[in-house]
Design a protein around this ligand. Structure first.
Ligand code: FES
Length: 175
């Protein structure tokens, strides 16, 4: 037979169980949500950091002759950091205004070189070639001009905002 005191005790026990479960759940949420967010955040990070690369002293570039500049590009994809050797070509006629080309051929991404005799950029992969002053395609399969990058000069130092674009398509679209 159940007494009134026994029923009261059973009710208290049920309430304590319930309160403990709720407290545990709230504590887990408070501790777990920030940890989960920190763990997952790189996966959902879509903003691409601006990458300004120091290209060199403006006085170091020859006039009317393109110069290749190599650099190491560090990219972070979620938790993985990769480093790749990249390059740009710098062209100037007056030492004040600079055109900077992404070093990848717009066809399939091979590195092109400066053909000093013909005064053109030549791609060894499928014989594409480009005008050094404008980057325009002069022949071969590349579907668009060389990709011109943003450039700026600060205290005599030339910088470029390095970016890769989709290959093999006529429009210049960021990847
Ligand atoms: S990759 Fe340059 S012509 Fe094909």
């Amino acid at each position: 037979m159940t007494t009134a005191g026994g029923a009261l005790q059973a009710g208290r026990r049920a309430f304590l169980k319930w309160a403990t479960a709720v407290g545990g759940f709230v504590s887990a949420m408070l501790a777990g949500v920030p940890a989960l967010r920190a763990f997952l955040s790189p996966t959902f990070r879509h903003t691409r950091p601006e990458k300004w690369i120091q290209v060199g002293d403006t006085s170091a570039f020859d006039l009317d002759t393109p110069v290749k500049v190599d650099f190491v590009d560090t990219a972070s994809d979620a938790w993985v950091e990769t480093r790749r050797l990249r390059n740009v070509w710098v062209y100037t006629e007056d030492g004040e205004n600079f055109t900077i080309y992404n070093g990848r051929c717009t066809h399939l991404g091979c590195n092109y070189f400066f053909d000093t005799e013909a005064n053109v950029f030549r791609c060894p992969c499928h014989t594409g070639y480009f005008d050094v002053k404008t980057g325009a395609v002069l022949g071969g399969p590349p579907p668009r001009s060389l990709d011109v990058l943003e450039a700026r000069v600060e205290d005599g130092m030339l910088y470029t905002r390095y970016e890769d674009f989709r290959l093999g398509v006529p429009e210049k679209k960021a990847v």
